[in-house]
Design a protein around this ligand. Sequence first.
Ligand code: SAM
Length: 189
Amino acid sequence: MAQDFRSARFWAADMMQTALFPGAKAVDATMGNGRDTLWLCQRVGPEGHVYAFDVQPEAVERTRLRLKSEGLSERVTLFCRGHQHMADAVPEPVDAVMFNLGWLPGAVHAVTTRMETTLIAVDAALGLLKPQGLLTVCVYPGHDEGARELRALTEWAERLDPARYDALLKCYMNQPNDPPRMIAVKKKA
Ligand SMILES: C[S@@+](CC[C@H](N)C(=O)[O-])C[C@H]1O[C@@H](n2cnc3c(N)ncnc32)[C@H](O)[C@@H]1O
């Protein structure tokens, strides 16, 4: 039977499996409802740690409650702060950084990620990554700011030094309404 190609979130999680292991350190750059933060916490295990960011107190609270109900609060540090500050906030090199751009599901669309701060944050993420570490970004070009983010991130990734990074863009080629894209960057050394 033909494989279901699925979507950007799945592609990011699939790639992340290779970068995560018990004891790994990871960043969720956009915690939202905390689904990705929880997923990362489950994969890094009791010896690992996850640092998660969101600018909305509502997102931080939803994530805090989700992790508490799963008994995983000890594995995470939650920052009610923009991901563009992660270089100052995260105290150690990490194995993986995930971005899921856009707005908080079920909340006002006015608070969305923005191209200018997203670019600062992905640069900061590369600085934090250990060699062989992985960055994934899910981008939603179906709305104006998402389209700006995709253009800027594509230019950014195309300029990365190929001796130091592998950059990949995964997307549907024939689907309507600009479906989400997944960008992945691996730090080689
Ligand atoms: C698509 S949601 C993330 C979904 C989330 N990963 C989950 O599993 O539920 C995007 C989130 O990015 C947050 N955001 C917007 N600007 C941000 C910034 N500068 N730094 C960190 N988070 C930001 C929004 O508040 C929103 O909650």
